[in-house]
Design a protein around this ligand. Structure first.
Ligand SMILES: Cc1ncc(COP(=O)(O)O)c(C=O)c1O
Length: 337
């Protein structure tokens, strides 16, 4: 099957570009120095490929991602890098602990108690490092760790996600501010204990140390595998490896319309670029774009996702291509919560 024969909109993954991205990262942060974040692709087949280049530990954002990874038997150490307070979902995670090592992030006494009540065995203390989202103030971390241990759980270390530093234009300032995050996490880790410091993402992976004596210092990057136009704006050694392919369904005198709309694309990072065209606007099932020359009805167009994570979450499956040949179909099987 050729990519031009796929029903559209079609999410395609360029296997050769993907493999180059995985190899580049595995070279720079080998093995346990990277804990790939599966929320960026939500695909156990892709996670298995990350395991194939040496990463055994994975990061998840939802209970569903953890359960799906356990079900697929990918990874032997799964971190839910997010707070969960729902007793039912925590109980479901606890029931999986005989099949896989599961660790959950906690940032409050409520979250610690909920995890302990559900029977979870291992936590990391999530520390606020500047992004106004989850994480406790650094000074509260030791008491949370004590409470977790009193409740019979092991504390594996500390986590801090510096999402606000992923895309700083001033790379010198970015390096200074990421070094501050590292300092904070090392200082808090010294008071909390455990063997892990877990942090970082695609925009900062190169600014974190790979080895710190006495701990696993791991980066939770996810977008690096498939990339998007947002991260393409940073100077990173990764290339675009996924696209949404559409069909031109209507052509006017100054614009063309393809069947790739905002229900097939994450839109929170602005308009996804159209290859060889200029998007005018997106609507539910359409992109209206200009191009010179304009394509004809029936021709194919490629759209570059602007934000890979929500784009992947909108598709059932990814068509895996090598050049123009479709070589596989991967289920996007970690969707939902
Ligand atoms: C907790 C956490 N860790 C790591 C990441 C890194 O993701 P990315 O590779 O997209 O920078 C994210 C992304 O939002 C995140 O929420």
């Amino acid at each position: 099957v050729n990519v031009d024969d796929l029903p559209t909109p079609a999410l395609v993954v360029d296997i050769d570009a993907l493999d180059r991205n995985l190899a580049t990262m595995a070279d720079l942060r080998p093995g346990d120095a990277l804990r790939p974040h599966v929320k960026a692709h939500k695909c156990t087949a892709l996670a298995a490929r990350q395991a194939g280049v040496g990463h055994r530990r994975f990061t998840c954002a939802t209970p569903r991602e953890v359960a799906g990874m356990v079900g697929a038997g990918v990874g032997d150490d799964l971190l839910l890098a997010n707070e969960v307070l729902d007793p039912m979902r925590l109980g479901a995670l606890a029931a999986l602990q005989d099949e896989a090592r599961i660790t959950i992030a906690v940032d409050s006494t409520e979250a610690v108690r909920a995890a302990a009540d559900a029977g979870l065995r291992e936590v990391v203390i999530d520390v606020l490092v500047g992004l106004p989202r989850c994480g406790c103030p650094p000074e509260d971390a030791p008491a949370l760790a004590d409470l977790a241990r009193q409740r019979g759980m092991a504390v594996r270390g500390v986590m801090g996600y510096e999402g606000h530093l992923m895309m700083l234009d001033d790379t010198a300032e970015q390096a200074v501010r990421v070094a501050e995050v590292t300092r904070t996490l090392r200082e808090v880790h010294g008071r909390v204990g455990g063997e892990l410091i877990t942090t970082g993402g695609t925009g900062t992976f190169h600014l974190h140390p790979t080895a710190v004596e006495g701990v696993y210092y791991e980066v939770q990057a996810g977008s690096y595998a498939l990339m998007d136009s947002h991260y393409a704006g940073a100077s990173l050694p990764f290339e675009q490896a996924c696209w949404v392919v559409g069909t031109v369904i209507s052509v006017a005198d100054r614009w063309a319309v393809a069947d790739v709309g905002l229900k097939a694309l994450g839109m929170d990072h602005g308009n996804p670029p159209v290859v060889d065209g200029t998007p005018w606007f997106y609507s539910d099932e359409h992109v209206t774009f200009g191009a010179t020359p304009l394509p004809q009805a029936g021709e194919r167009v490629r759209v570059q996702p602007a934000h890979v994570d929500p784009t992947m979450a909108m598709h059932d499956a990814a068509w895996v291509v090598s050049g123009d040949e479709v070589v596989d179909r991967w289920a996007i099987d970690l969707r939902g919560w």
